[in-house]
Every structure is written in structure tokens, then in C-alpha cells.
Ligand binder design. Structure first.
Ligand SMILES: [Zn+2]
Ligand SMILES: [Zn+2]
Length: 362
């Protein structure tokens, strides 16, 4: 699929600096020399679950969204566990994730689906622009020195784990158990930024294109209920109904029974029933996304038309701008703006039609 927006010059994939990252993808191929045992397979499955649990329950639901509470030691252990997934430090991860929710699916969004599948999947991580921790977005956790340390030396725990695996169980355990689970956990996480904005169903009206997917929820321990999550972000569960399997939440629930975590937030009943698309609420998110790509195509067409529009170009620019900002306003104000928006849009469309008809032929 073609991205609706061309990325700005500072959003380029930096291949040279990412050679080590790309080479790590090949590490599981080491099993071609060592072979592997059923123990290595079990280790891979175990590490996959462990890594995704710490990312979803720790980096995501706790550090990004504060969906439950825990003591300072437990908080540190959760952050430490998160580093084992090799997705940088907790402050970097959660800070940029808060940015994603703030601008989800808009052009400012760090991994906006508008910038294409590869970009939203992993291109954005391979770009210099997003290498630093956005401390201002994560002040509440940046005040803990132990978390700042872990954020800076995030590579130490996974490196240590790699050595432990190698010396305890040998090379095949390292290639299959450690590295294969690492690569799978990476892409499992990335799917939430790429695929859950493309495949699945939308239950709730949100201002983005997030969707719910059963398969992705299974693969990512519950994160596939992404439309639920964008609709009501601060909950410890993302599966809102009993049939929406959410393994991270089940583990958190067990941890809460033994007192390691507490105050798990869940959505109130009236929230679950409100704003449902099936009840006829206008799907602003999809409308806006389609609108954004329509505008992008219009922009392209306008650029290609060049001088064709002559002196009318400025007026058309103005119309395009007004309609675009009206669409953005709509996304912000949701339903209240629908009527105004529809009126403005049809007026603008009529205006464009009138002007292009009168445009002089080349
Ligand atoms: Zn989130
Ligand atoms: Zn999202």
C-alpha cells in the first residue's frame, strides 16, 4: 500500500547505524550449525512469553498508562524485566508511547500508519530523530534514579541474560531459545503499531484507526484489543469482555492476589456500552483517515497540475487547507462538529468543481 504522506527529510531510515540490529535478526540461523533440542524450543516459548509480558504489562500498561500500582522494588523489577526484550529503556519506550497516544494516527505520530506499513512497524525505530528519551513526557517516572539508570544502561540486563543462557545451556539454547524469542517478541510488539491499525474490527469510535484482532491478541498476550485500548487507555485489561483473551491481564490478576501489584484499573460499565459504532455512532477515526489520504491524493494531483490552475491555485489551496483543518477539528470535537463539517465539505467540493470547470484548458 502506498503511504498517504511522504515523510519529512528528518524521518529517514538510518541503515548504517542499524546494521547490528539487522544482523541480530540472523542470529537464530546459528541453529543450522548447532541443531536444537526440545528444551531449546521450550526456552524460546518461555522467553517469548516473559519478554512480551514485561513489555505489555510493564512498559506499556504500567509505565506508559499507569493502569495499576505497585511498590518501588516491584516497579524496578518490572522495568528490569522490560529491558530483557531489548526495546531500549522504560522511559524511552513509555515516553514515545505517550506521544503516540497524544497524536495517534496524525502526521506527528511517531509511528503513524499514514507514513506506511514499514515505517509504523519498525522504520521509526531505525531513525535518528527518535533515538533520545522524551523526558518531558515521562517526568513522573524519570524522577526515580534507578529507572534513569536502567533507561541509560538498558542493554546490560539482556546482555547478562545472554551470557547466562550460553554458559548454562550452550550455543543452541542461545540461538534458538534466546535470539529466536527475541526476534519474535520484537515483531510481536511491532505488529501492534502496524497491523492493529490495519486489520481487525472497530467496536468503539476513536479518533484513530485502531482495531481489535483476536489473533494478534493471542500473539501479543492481550495487546491485540487495540481499539479497546485507544478508546479507554488507562485500564490494566485490554480485553474488555470475557471472550477477549488477555493473558497479560490474567498474570497481573494473579500478581494482585499475592499482593505484588494492586489497584488494577478496569473500564466502568457505562464506558463499555457507550460510543459503539454498531449503535450508529459516526466512525470519526476511519473517516479522518480516509479523509487524510483523500487530501494527500488531492495535494499530489494539485502538485502535478502545476500551473494548470493558474491564478485560481491560491483559492484552491485555501479550500484544501480549510477542509483539512475542518477534518482535524472534527476529530477533536467528534460528533458535535459533524454537521458543520459535512456542510463545509460539500460547499468546498462544489466550489472546487465550479472552479475546475472554469479553468482554462492548457
Ligand atoms: Zn497505549
Ligand atoms: Zn496505537
Amino acid at each position: 500500500m502506498t503511504p498517504a504522506y511522504a515523510r519529512p527529510a528528518d524521518e529517514r531510515v538510518d541503515l548504517i547505524h542499524n546494521i547490528p540490529y539487522l544482523v541480530l535478526h540472523l542470529a537464530p540461523l546459528g541453529v543450522l550449525w548447532t541443531g536444537f533440542t526440545s528444551f531449546d524450543v521450550a526456552l524460546c516459548a518461555g522467553f517469548y512469553v516473559l519478554r512480551l509480558f514485561f513489555i505489555t504489562a510493564g512498559y506499556h500498561r504500567y509505565f506508559s498508562h499507569r493502569a495499576y500500582k505497585m511498590g518501588r522494588v516491584m516497579q524496578f523489577l518490572m522495568a528490569l524485566g522490560g529491558t530483557l526484550a531489548v526495546q531500549k529503556g522504560p522511559l524511552w519506550w513509555a515516553g514515545l508511547h505517550r506521544h503516540h497516544h497524544k497524536y495517534s494516527d496524525q502526521i506527528e505520530d511517531v509511528h503513524s500508519p499514514l507514513k506506511g506499513f514499514f515505517w509504523s512497524h519498525m522504520g521509526w525505530i531505525m531513525c535518528r530523530k527518535y533515538r533520545e528519551t522524551p523526558t518531558e513526557l515521562i517526568k513522573d517516572f524519570a524522577k526515580f534514579p534507578e529507572l534513569r539508570w536502567l533507561n541509560k544502561y538498558h542493554w546490560v540486563p539482556p546482555l547478562a541474560l545472554g551470557f547466562v543462557v550460553f554458559f548454562a545451556w550452550g550455543a543452541s539454547a542461545l540461538f534458538f531459545g534466546y535470539f529466536l524469542s527475541l526476534v519474535l517478541a520484537w515483531h510481536g510488539t511491532y505488529f501492534i503499531n502496524s497491523l492493529t491499525h490495519l486489520f481487525g474490527r472497530r467496536r468503539y469510535v476513536t479518533t484513530d484507526t485502531s482495531r481489535n484482532s483476536f489473533i494478534l491478541a493471542l500473539l501479543t498476550l492481550g495487546e491485540g484489543w487495540h481499539n479497546n485500548h485507544h478508546y479507554y487507555q488507562s485500564t490494566a485489561n485490554q480485553g474488555f469482555f470475557w471472550w477477549e483473551i488477555d493473558i497479560s491481564y490474567y498474570i497481573l490478576k494473579v500478581l494482585s492476589w499475592v499482593g505484588l501489584v494492586r489497584d488494577l484499573r478496569t473500564p466502568p460499565a457505562h464506558v463499555l456500552e457507550a460510543n459503539r459504532i454498531r449503535d450508529g455512532h459516526a466512525d470519526i477515526g476511519m473517516f479522518q483517515a480516509k479523509w487524510a489520504s483523500a487530501v494527500a491524493y488531492l495535494e499530489n494531483a494539485r502538485a502535478q497540475a502545476g500551473e494548470y490552475y493558474g491564478e485560481r491555485k491560491r483559492a484552491i489551496d485555501e479550500i484544501v487547507e480549510t477542509t483539512t483543518s475542518a477534518a482535524q477539528e472534527l476529530a477533536r470535537q467528534r460528533k458535535e462538529a459533524v454537521d458543520t463539517m459535512v456542510r463545509d465539505t460539500s460547499a468546498a467540493a462544489q466550489e472546487i468543481a465550479r472552479m475546475t470547470q472554469k479553468a482554462p484548458a492548457k
